[in-house]
Design a protein around this ligand. Structure first.
Ligand SMILES: NC(=O)c1ccc[n+]([C@@H]2O[C@H](COP(=O)([O-])OP(=O)(O)OC[C@H]3O[C@@H](n4cnc5c(N)ncnc54)[C@H](O)[C@@H]3O)[C@@H](O)[C@H]2O)c1
Length: 246
């Protein structure tokens, strides 16, 4: 996943004296730690060592300790990190305690699958509104929501308190949809359409493109094939694990 940054990140969030200025790479890893911590909590673990959490999150433990030190979380020597406390801290920093309202625009193949996925709620988000331009789609019910015409977008953003917009329209329509979302007051956009969006300062855009991830894996396949062809081959090479979005 890639990100377009426009303008400043939000300032002081209130409960901490100064909102920590986190490196982007740390922000990208926090959701991995959170997912691992939730799994540990469900399995009944109260505490976890940095090595244990690093292994569960698929990162190196020195990197994890550095990341968590940005949150003021150092763990206790010989005991590790308090799982519940760390979940609360990471959820607070990511703003997930606010259960943000999300609008999804473009309810075709991809949008339909996203709208039908139940897993977002447990990760801190509510998809509260679905929009499409096609009258064939308007009125359909998906996961308890009725698809509305995109012409209602601006009013719904205000009425439903929507802060994040997901675009799953064809690329030709994505810029217009982004403009409408921004005009309505949305300041964060997740774009699945394979195009670059132009947005004003203060609006954050993240782009998801599985084809790019596959192209990167294709590069690694290509590289491995060329190394195997050399004398000595791939001996000693470690695996390479990156989450989509890192
Ligand atoms: N990021 C990824 O990994 C990934 C994977 C698959 C598809 N995609 C992209 O996601 C997008 C959707 O793909 P799909 O297969 O679901 O396409 P689709 O044609 O099935 O769905 C697109 C939907 O957008 C609607 N739409 C068109 N213009 C609109 C507008 N102005 N406002 C609101 N809705 C509008 C259409 O009516 C349709 O329902 C495409 O841009 C595609 O390239 C991305």
């Amino acid at each position: 996943m890639s990100q377009q940054r426009h303008g400043n990140t939000p300032g002081n969030a209130g409960a901490v004296p100064a909102f920590p200025d986190l490196p982007e790479a740390t922000i990208a890893r926090l959701p991995e730690y959170l997912r691992a911590l939730h799994n540990l909590a469900e399995a009944g673990s109260d505490t976890i060592s940095s090595e244990g959490l690093a292994a569960a999150a698929g990162v190196n433990s020195a990197k994890l300790r550095k990341d968590l030190s940005h949150l003021g979380s150092y763990g206790t020597r010989g005991v590790g990190y308090d799982v519940t406390l760390l979940i609360d801290q990471i959820e607070y920093i990511l703003g997930l305690d606010q259960r943000r309202a999300v609008a999804l625009v473009g309810v075709g193949n991809l949008g339909h699958a996203l709208a039908g996925y139940d897993g977002f709620a447990s990760r801190g988000f509510r998809i509260v509104a679905l929009f499409d331009a096609d009258l064939e789609q308007v009125g359909k019910a998906i996961n308890g929501l009725t698809v509305r015409h995109v012409g209602e977008l601006r009013r719904a953003v205000v009425e439903d308190g929507i802060t994040i917009g997901v675009i799953s329209t064809p690329p030709s329509a994505a810029q217009g949809v982004a403009d409408d979302l921004v005009a309505a007051g949305v300041t964060s956009i997740l774009n699945f359409a394979p195009c670059v969006l132009s947005v004003p300062a203060g609006v954050d855009v993240r782009k998801v493109d599985l084809a790019i991830e596959l192209q990167i894996l294709s590069f690694h396949e290509h590289r491995k094939a060329s190394l195997t062809a050399l004398p000595g081959g791939l001996v000693g090479e470690g695996g390479n694990q990156e989450a989509v979005g890192s």
